[in-house]
Design a protein around this ligand. Structure first.
Ligand SMILES: [Zn+2]
Length: 299
């Protein structure tokens, strides 16, 4: 993918190098606290809200980020490049989805937030663990991403996996689109009625996962139309990645901890078909109707 000149999203909270999310407000580390204290003495501002703002700005003061022992955290060039890449992809999804919502009469698109973290972090959906892979939490309308996930992918898929990374982000943004259109809530309440982990609930989960793949395809359709970003082999590469490093695989490693939206994802063949259908049509409502109305055996 060629992302030169594309803007980075500003809806990013950088919690990398923090432990467990306990310091979630202290994005600027030591430097952040000093700035906040200075601001407080000078302006009499509220420390909590200033620290909150520092958290929002965490990505700007990367060099001053500290780990749980107060040691500065340094990011490799590879990780910094992945952070920039992820911000650009997210920015692209914002542009594309706000246009799709407008054009297809889906109301107003509200940007999700992307939280970059390392290891574990607190979310409105419980404690997020890197071993779970990237996930979306509708409770705080945020995508959670530990960039080491991409480095693991890179080791397994080789260096040319950037479209796969974009697909992973677009899939999580797909869950956000499901939330904004009300589909996610409908299916979650069905799943709750069936009982988490039941076969029926798992079937419902497949619906939202395949739809998220379809919506990632819609994103690729419009992103490509606008920027010519999809190259030969990219689609196959993205699906290959879904197969090799799916949430299922990662969830097994996480042992028993499962986010509601990530129980089962359908077969690789299904995922390929839904992603391609979204890519070919770009028709959001058609994908939602299919995912909601088709008999499970027809998905
Ligand atoms: Zn998913």
């Amino acid at each position: 993918m060629d992302l030169d000149g594309r803007r980075e999203s500003t809806n990013v909270e950088d919690r990398r190098g923090m432990s467990g999310g306990a310091k979630a407000g202290l994005g600027g580390g030591i430097m952040g606290i000093i700035i906040a204290l200075v601001a407080m003495f000078m302006g009499g501002g509220d420390l909590g809200s200033i620290l909150g703002q520092m958290g929002q700005m965490g990505g700007i003061t990367m060099q001053e980020s500290t780990d749980q022992n107060g040691q500065p955290v340094e990011f490799s060039q590879e990780e910094q490049e992945l952070a920039t890449f992820s911000k650009k992809i997210l920015g692209g999804t914002e542009d594309v989805w706000s246009k799709i919502f407008q054009e297809q009469g889906l109301g107003e698109y509200k940007d999700p937030k992307m939280v970059l973290y390392s290891g574990s972090t607190s979310t409105a959906c419980g404690q997020g663990q890197a071993a779970m892979g990237p996930f979306y939490c509708s409770g705080d309308q945020s995508l959670y991403l530990d960039l080491s996930f991409f480095m693991t992918m890179k080791q397994q898929l080789g260096a040319d996996g950037d479209f796969s990374y974009a697909y992973v982000i677009a899939h999580e943004v797909g869950h956000h689109v499901e939330y904004l259109t009300g589909v996610l809530q409908q299916i979650h309440s069905k799943m709750a009625r069936y009982g988490q982990g039941s076969a029926q609930a798992n079937k419902e989960s497949v619906r939202i996962e395949l739809l998220a793949d379809y919506l990632a395809g819609c994103w690729a359709h419009y992103d490509n139309a606008r920027f010519g970003s999809v190259q030969d082999g990219d689609l196959e590469e993205a699906i290959d990645c879904a197969q090799k490093i799916g949430d299922d695989y990662l969830q097994k490693r996480a042992q028993g901890y499962a986010m509601p939206e990530s129980f089962t994802h359908g077969t690789s063949q299904q995922r390929m078909r839904w992603f391609k259908a979204g890519y070919q049509t770009g028709d959001v409502k058609r994908g939602i109707n299919s995912a909601m109305q088709l008999d499970y055996s027809q998905l």
